[in-house]
Design a protein around this ligand. Structure first.
Ligand code: PMP
Length: 402
């Protein structure tokens, strides 16, 4: 038995899928970035429709200038954790600004969104007396947070408050703390959680709610505060987690709350205490992007306008989408092989989207995940629609021949 035997099934699967695929969808290299929605890949200009750049702020003039200034003033890296030498006034300022934007009293900035979830969950729920209840489709970092916590973890059916209710009802009096973890919008299918119902169920059983709005921050709600704002329960969410790597166009993450005990996580959350803090340029870019989001709704309006156009076009072309109109528009394919073929067709027509196949997808579905950006121009979207038109023609020809 070798340490490496476990990789064999993955290696075989990859080999068989890649043999029939002109390109490797999991190793695409952007040779040159041309802006938030374009890149050169192997000499071809590609429209990027598989990013998380929902508000298109990665080239925002203010954010770029702020990041450059921060490097000049504060250096390229902090060389230490938030707990030790890695907290600068800019980290604290951003915590205040995020708390204010979201309407919470407290906020902690982490080095990534992954670490924010890992750090919050593992510090809040501990073995042997606490229990975590997790939506089955939650992101890997929420699952990893449960593992690091060591607390008993119970899955409930995706987006099903009744399933959560049943599981909470079964818990005995020996359970002390209960933490319910869910997301605002789920990144693979773009489906949205019934957050209001979940909050009601959780609180009825004395459980706390941790809501990850990684993909919905800046995108949902009148002010961009996320799905919980859209559902009118922002102030009832106990722990709000988010990332800088999507709408905030940088790298980092955060947890916000009205519970003053959040501050204790600074002394108990290992992923906060034992890793280097976000660099000055990352913090400056996220701060500038947040200012823009706070004062300018036009990106969010553009994003939804673009999403509607793409969703309508795909529906007309006969594609089965995984959710109603939203910033993530995922199209279901029959199987892995067809999904690889379809992904290659789109690349040939100058469009990059995300290929997602089991086991990385819910319900063992093979999908092409397209994400819309506020920065997509009409020209970008024309290219996307014509690539999907070509794909639909190929798929219907294949169906006729079958
Ligand atoms: N939560 C969700 C739902 C995510 O999809 C991701 C990453 N895609 C994260 C958290 C982690 O964010 P980050 O990239 O900042 O680590």
């Amino acid at each position: 038995m070798s340490l490496f035997d476990k990789f064999e099934p993955t290696a075989k699967l990859l080999q068989s899928l890649l043999e029939a695929s002109p390109r490797d969808p999991f190793s695409v290299k952007m040779d040159e970035m041309k802006g938030p929605t374009r890149a050169i890949v192997e000499g071809q200009e590609i429209v990027l429709a598989g990013t998380n750049n929902y508000l298109g702020l990665t080239y925002d003039e203010g954010a770029v200038e702020a990041a450059v200034e921060a490097v000049k003033e504060s250096g390229t890296g902090t060389t230490g954790s938030r707990f030790a030498n890695g907290t600068y006034s800019a980290h604290r300022q951003l915590e205040e600004d995020l708390a204010k934007f979201l309407g919470y009293k407290y906020c902690m900035v982490f080095s990534t969104g992954y670490q924010a979830n890992l750090g919050a969950i593992s510090a809040l729920a501990t073995a042997p007396h606490d229990v975590i209840l997790i939506d089955a489709d939650c992101h890997a970092c929420i699952y990893d947070g449960c593992q690091l916590s060591g607390a008993e973890t119970i899955r409930f059916r995706h987006n099903d408050p009744e399933s959560l209710d049943k599981r909470l009802s079964r818990l005995g009096p020996e359970v002390k703390g209960k933490l319910v973890c869910l997301e605002g919008m789920y990144s693979m299918f773009g489906d949205v959680a019934p957050v209001k119902e979940f909050v009601e169920v959780a609180h009825k059983h004395g459980a706390y709610v941790l809501l990850d709005e990684a993909h919905s921050f800046g995108v949902f709600g009148e002010n961009g505060q996320g799905v919980c704002e859209a559902e009118g329960v922002r102030d009832q969410v106990d722990f709000y987690t988010g990332t800088f790597s999507k709408s905030l166009a940088s790298i980092g993450g955060f947890v916000a709350s009205n519970h003053p005990q959040l501050e204790y996580l600074r002394f108990s959350s290992r992923p906060y205490m034992f890793t280097a803090s976000p660099s000055p340029s990352n913090i400056a870019a996220a701060s500038a992007a947040l200012k823009r989001i706070s004062s300018d709704n036009s990106m969010r309006e553009n994003l939804w306008k673009n999403a509607k156009r793409i969703h309508e076009a795909f529906t007309q072309l006969g594609f089965e989408t995984c959710a109603p109109v939203g910033p993530v528009i995922a199209v279901k394919l029959a199987n892995k092989e067809q999904a690889f073929m379809a992904w290659n067709v789109l690349m040939e027509h100058g469009v990059y989207v995300n290929l997602a196949i089991p086991p990385g997808t819910p319900n063992a579905t093979s999908i092409l995940r397209l994400s819309v950006s506020a920065a997509h121009t009409d020209d970008d979207l024309d290219i996307v629609v014509s690539a999907y038109t070509a794909l639909s023609q190929i798929l219907s020809k294949q169906a006729q021949e079958a």
